[in-house]
Write a protein that binds this ligand. Sequence first.
Ligand code: G3P
Length: 218
Amino acid sequence: MKFFIDTANLKDIKEAHELGVLDGVTTNPSLMAKEGIKGQANVLAHYKAICEIVDGDVSAEVIATDYVGMIKEGEELVKIDPKIVVKIPMIKDGVKALKYFSDRGIRTNCTLVFSSGQALLAAKAGATYVSPFVGRLDDISQDGLLLIQDIVKIYSNYGFKTQVLAASVRHSMHLLKCAELGADVVTCPLGVITSLLKHPLTDSGLATFLNDHKKVNA
Ligand code: G3P
């Protein structure tokens, strides 16, 4: 199972990388805006800075919503660094763009996926990753994890190579359930990854061990 961090914050990306468990990064226009990045040149420079920190795939999202615009933008994005994966929204022209990039061996991440039908289309078009948004479905009282289960089953039925990248993962239970369901990747904020570390019995057990060690050397 791969862990991606869902942020454009360089400090958090470095921290996750230094922990030694990071396999890649996903970004989106909202996450870029959150970091205060303004202007296309700065956006491209920021993607480059992210690529210099991590070893794995870095998703960079197109802004165009028409086929020609998405192709143009995607081709510019992949020039930044070989780690760049072109992130494309699940709309009709997006499906065509996924096929265009797939035919040319360019990796893609199909984003804003909220149904198994959309995920099936993304796989048929040759997407490298499909990003179902777990938390945003939960937000509207639909079961986001059920969607992960459905997509994993459908892809397994037909041997689709598209990897299920569970996105909008908000807490450790989301992450662990995605692991149980067989998602290939989860993307989430740094805090969700580090929350896996925590257990009160680890803390109290370590305190006892260290205290007893003092007695050994007393
Ligand atoms: O990157 C897309 C997705 O992970 C966003 O998550 O928490 O804004 O729904 P969230």
